[in-house]
Design a protein around this ligand. Structure first.
Ligand code: UDP
Length: 468
């Protein structure tokens, strides 16, 4: 059956900054490539976009259930806005209360557009995979925000029966044995985790979905997407790096939403403009990551010891950088609040990225051609670190210790930063590989590149999806 009319794709991003950002980018890419796209989200999560959106991209705003029903403080419509991580469970339950409203919209309320031809849902809405399937027989696609590598590793780990805390597993397709310690696996492999039931639901959603959309590109993980597709029997489309969709202006909206107007973007840019090419390390632990106070001091002192300039993003509520840092003067700055990450990563002054290895950050670092110092904190980040350090060889690991392993000392931080930033053979090689990957990322996102073609294929597949 040939596709004659543009499909109407309904995108429902999970309510966390690290999921909303790539899914909104994806929505924009789909709309630009010819699909009609409706994004369903709550009022506080609609980006304040000042850049023109394609006419085929529209937002459908639904109210978040009120505090008396959810037990959450007013205004908490995004995981990142929760006052404490302990509210993540209640937040997830609150999001389930959106079910009736979303179901009604999908079945009756999305006029004047045609009925939906596909549902693309975020990780926290696994129940959408089965929602009204009997009356709405359209493909359900999931976006986890994981790499293909993590998807494939997760697939094998779920099947793994061992309960040992330390064990090796072998990921097919890798040139060597990958060693992973159970305590460092994503929480959903921890049978004792209190949020385990949530992760089991997420897993069920993935199993029930008809396909998986991945923010990655073929040349970055040549075998893993195909192997994951083969292992699960699902369709997999790799369409990234989605951050290359010209979203700069969209960032402004998201930043504004986070109420972090304290970040002076122009000042950040001017500060970078004044630095030498390749001389700055950008330090960020993503939208939620925080270090303990003692560890913050060691990191800060390590950055100072390294001798390189640094820009360090400090989340609201995180311990302040050590006072001694004041001594470094203009060589280091702390950015308090939401940093303009894409702008920073693409600035010529940037030489390295100390990252918690959230997948968005990794792909954004790759797209910018910047080698990394890896410091995972949880979730899929330890697996992403494996990919960056052991497979792609564009990074050096330094952090990511559990409490029982002690602090990462300042000397270790300084050494890792120097290995990545230094002009010796190791640093030069990493920079060469990082630049090569950035070139491949740029080509992948062209219309005739691997991700451009995969995106077109996704739209085509949805338009031609066989009716059950
Ligand atoms: N981000 C940003 N400014 C910040 C922190 C994060 O623009 O100060 C963006 C970053 O560019 C990425 C996303 O937020 O797109 C974070 O996603 P990631 O997967 O790296 O980590 P998470 O926050 O989900 O742990």
């Amino acid at each position: 059956r040939e596709a004659r009319i543009a499909p109407h794709m309904v995108v429902i991003p999970w309510l966390a900054q690290g999921h909303l950002i790539p899914m909104l980018d994806l929505a924009r890419l789909l709309a630009t490539a010819g699909a009609n796209v409706t994004v369903i989200t709550t009022a506080a999560n609609v980006p304040l976009s000042t850049s023109p959106c394609p006419a085929s991209l529209r937002f459908c705003v639904i109210p978040f259930p009120c505090p008396s029903l959810t037990g959450l403080p007013p205004g908490c419509e995004n995981i990142d806005s929760l006052p404490t991580h302990r509210l993540a469970g209640p937040f997830y339950s609150a999001a389930k209360l959106l079910r009736g409203r979303i179901e009604h919209l999908l079945l009756h309320g999305l006029s004047p557009l045609r009925p939906p031809s596909c549902l693309l849902f975020g990780i926290g809405f696994p129940w959408l995979a089965s929602l009204a399937r009997d009356v709405l027989p359209i493909p359900r696609l999931v976006f986890h925000g994981f790499s293909s590598f993590t998807h494939l590793a997760s697939h094998y780990l779920h099947a793994c029966k061992t309960h040992e805390r330390a064990y090796n597993f072998f990921l097919p397709g890798l040139p060597h044995k990958v060693e992973i310690t159970r305590s460092k696996l994503p929480v959903f492999f921890d049978k004792a985790s209190e949020v385990r039931s949530v992760y089991e639901e997420i897993r069920e959603g993935e199993v029930a979905a008809d396909g998986v959309v991945v923010n990655s590109f073929e040349e970055l993980e040549p075998k893993y997407a195909a192997m994951f597709a083969e292992a699960t029997g699902k369709k997999v489309w790799t369409v990234g790096p989605v951050s290359m969709c010209q979203r700069e202006k969209l960032d402004v909206g998201l930043r504004g939403r986070k109420g972090s107007s304290g970040v002076d973007v122009d000042r950040c840019k001017r500060w970078l403009d004044d630095r030498e090419i390749g001389s700055v390390v950008y330090v960020s632990f993503g939208s939620m990551g925080r270090l303990e106070p003692e560890q913050t001091v060691e990191l800060g002192m390590g950055l100072v010891m390294s001798g390189w300039a640094f820009m360090w993003v400090v989340r609201e509520g995180a311990p302040p950088p050590p006072v001694e840092l004041e001594g470094v003067g203009e060589r280091g700055i702390a950015v308090r609040g939401w940093s303009p990450q894409l702008m920073v990563l693409s600035h010529a002054a940037l030489g390295g990225f100390l990252t918690h290895c959230g997948w968005n950050s990794v792909v954004e670092g790759v797209a910018a051609g910047v080698p990394m110092v890896t410091w995972p904190l949880g979730a899929d980040q330890y697996l992403n670190e494996k990919l960056v350090v052991e497979v792609l060889k564009v990074g050096v690991e330094v952090g990511g210790r559990k409490e029982d392993e002690g602090l990462v000392r300042r000397e270790e931080v300084a050494r890792a930063v120097e290995r990545v930033m230094g002009r010796g053979e190791e640093g030069n090689e990493m920079r060469r590989r990082a630049k090569e990957l950035a070139d491949k990322a740029r080509r992948a996102m062209e219309r005739s590149g691997s991700s451009g073609l995969s995106l077109a294929q996704l739209i085509h597949d949805v338009a031609c999806w066989p009716v059950a």
